[in-house]
Design a protein around this ligand. Structure first.
Ligand code: HEC
Ligand code: HEC
Ligand code: HEC
Ligand code: HEC
Ligand code: HEC
Ligand code: HEC
Ligand code: HEC
Length: 262
């Protein structure tokens, strides 16, 4: 693992430790919570889950979270199965079942204990309606992972467009004239958790498009004007952004116009 990743990981773990400390004084910010707790239960370690959940323990090692796991009792609540599912002793004593164990499927609070940056993103003015409960982390992230062909950034990143498509068919469908930008994923233009910009856009103005559609400069182009390809865009851009000025409204693709105007 390279140094940056290790550093980020240490930060996340440090955040957890801090969270645990803070919540021990009852009056501090309620949003900061400790490692998941289950009344009367203690941590037992990943090995104790293996007997009944072999599929998970086997693939876990290769997942984004598993890479930081050590089989060490002191770390059980911080990196293993129980860092998300809570201490497992009562669940195991009771022979499993749906009781005495946390399933974070409905509620991402457990994840946000560690991912404080993500928590901040979901608090931005425009965000996916996660805090409201209409979708959770698992809509886009596979928590157990294990597929070696997945890139390491983001648990389900190879399926980014696919996972967005399950809810946003209109933007992700096939078009006669596709916009090649989408091949790099929806996240080229959208911040998946939240953004200060409407529609979760990464940038609010034409710069979002000019990143890839470089302006022609110098030579025959008069100073102060914006040329994209061979077209003078100077006057167009005074009317608004590339997509809101009445021009490239079909930014995700078009079935009728290769310039994505309608
Ligand atoms: C003795 C067998 C056994 C052991 C050991 C065991 N479990 Fe389970 N677990 C089960 C059974 C059975 C279910 C219910 C599955 C079902 O109904 O489909 C279950 C369900 C779960 C669920 C889903 C709960 C829900 O509400 O949907 C989670 C999460 C879970 N176990 C995690 C763990 C973890 C983490 C460990 C180790 C600390 C562990 N289990 C150890 C048998 C076991
Ligand atoms: C990063 C957090 C995280 C870690 C670590 C983690 N899980 Fe899970 N687990 C989840 C989430 C989230 C779900 C709900 C998944 C879903 O709905 O697709 C889940 C679901 C489950 C379920 C229930 C599946 C069902 O069909 O109801 C079991 C069993 C389980 N996990 C076992 C484990 C075991 C065993 C480990 C350790 C090897 C582990 N998990 C590690 C987050 C985690
Ligand atoms: C106990 C702390 C902890 C909990 C709980 C936790 N994570 Fe993580 N998570 C980490 C650490 C540490 C990493 C590794 C950081 C890295 O790779 O940069 C990580 C990595 C990730 C990554 C990949 C980040 C990347 O850049 O590759 C995603 C996505 C993620 N977690 C989502 C979740 C989700 C969803 C949940 C809840 C189901 C969750 N996490 C619960 C600590 C935690
Ligand atoms: C709408 C889909 C979606 C939801 C819901 C979602 N994520 Fe993500 N998440 C993504 C995508 C896509 C990326 C990759 C972003 C990138 O590469 O720019 C990502 C990246 C991450 C990362 C890596 C660091 C980063 O920000 O790039 C972490 C950690 C993470 N998500 C945690 C979470 C947690 C925790 C939740 C639930 C509270 C959650 N995510 C809910 C889509 C989602
Ligand atoms: C589980 C379903 C689900 C998934 C998966 C999902 N979204 Fe969403 N998305 C929603 C919901 C619900 C809203 C809120 C719509 C509303 O409030 O009208 C939303 C809103 C948005 C908006 C803002 C729309 C607006 O009009 O302001 C954008 C942009 C967006 N999602 C992009 C994405 C991207 C990119 C991904 C993949 C990384 C993704 N979504 C994955 C359900 C989902
Ligand atoms: C080239 C940049 C770009 C890419 C890539 C992109 N979008 Fe968008 N998206 C936009 C812009 C710009 C808007 C705002 C359009 C408007 O306000 O009229 C938008 C708006 C949206 C909306 C709000 C509804 C609407 O159409 O106004 C959703 C949902 C959405 N995008 C989903 C997606 C999904 C899913 C993907 C990946 C399949 C994706 N976007 C890829 C630029 C992009
Ligand atoms: C990640 C890079 C990327 C981003 C960001 C991007 N595009 Fe594109 N776009 C492309 C590529 C690649 C093509 C196909 C090659 C070409 O025609 O330049 C393309 C093609 C187009 C075309 C068709 C051009 C033609 O003559 O057929 C239009 C119009 C367009 N993009 C508008 C936009 C708008 C508007 C935005 C901002 C919302 C945007 N693009 C953002 C990469 C991008």
């Amino acid at each position: 693992m390279d140094r940056t990743r290790f550093f980020q990981a240490s930060l996340a773990l440090a955040a957890l430790a801090t969270a645990a400390l803070w919540s021990s004084c009852a009056s501090v910010q309620r949003t900061v919570t400790a490692a998941p707790q289950i009344e009367g239960a203690h941590f037992t370690g990943n090995k104790s889950c293996a007997e009944c959940h072999t599929n998970y323990t086997r693939t876990f090692t290769a997942s984004a979270h598993g890479r930081f796991h050590r089989d060490d009792e002191r770390a059980a609540g911080m990196t293993g199965c129980e860092s998300c599912h809570g201490p497992g002793s009562r669940h195991i004593e009771g022979g499993g079942g749906r009781r005495h164990i946390i399933n974070p499927r409905q509620d991402g609070a457990v994840c946000l204990n560690c991912h404080v940056q993500t928590r901040a993103e979901f608090n931005l003015p425009h965000h996916h309606p996660l805090p409201g409960g209409r979708l959770t982390c698992t809509a886009c992230h596979d928590p157990h992972g294990g597929d070696i062909h997945k890139p390491s950034r983001g648990l389900a990143l190879t399926r980014v467009n696919e996972s967005c498509a399950s809810c946003h068919r209109e933007q992700a469908r096939r078009f006669v004239f596709e916009h090649q930008a989408l091949r790099e994923g929806c996240v080229t233009c959208h911040s998946p958790h939240g953004s200060i910009n409407a529609k979760l856009l990464t940038q609010r103005d034409a710069n979002m498009c000019l990143r890839c559609h470089a302006q022609v400069q110098g030579g025959v182009v008069p100073a102060g004007s914006v040329f994209i390809g061979t077209t003078d865009h100077t006057a167009f851009l005074r009317r608004g952004t590339c997509w809101s000025a009445g021009c490239h409204t079909s930014v995700h693709g078009s079935n009728v116009d290769h310039k994505l105007r309608y």
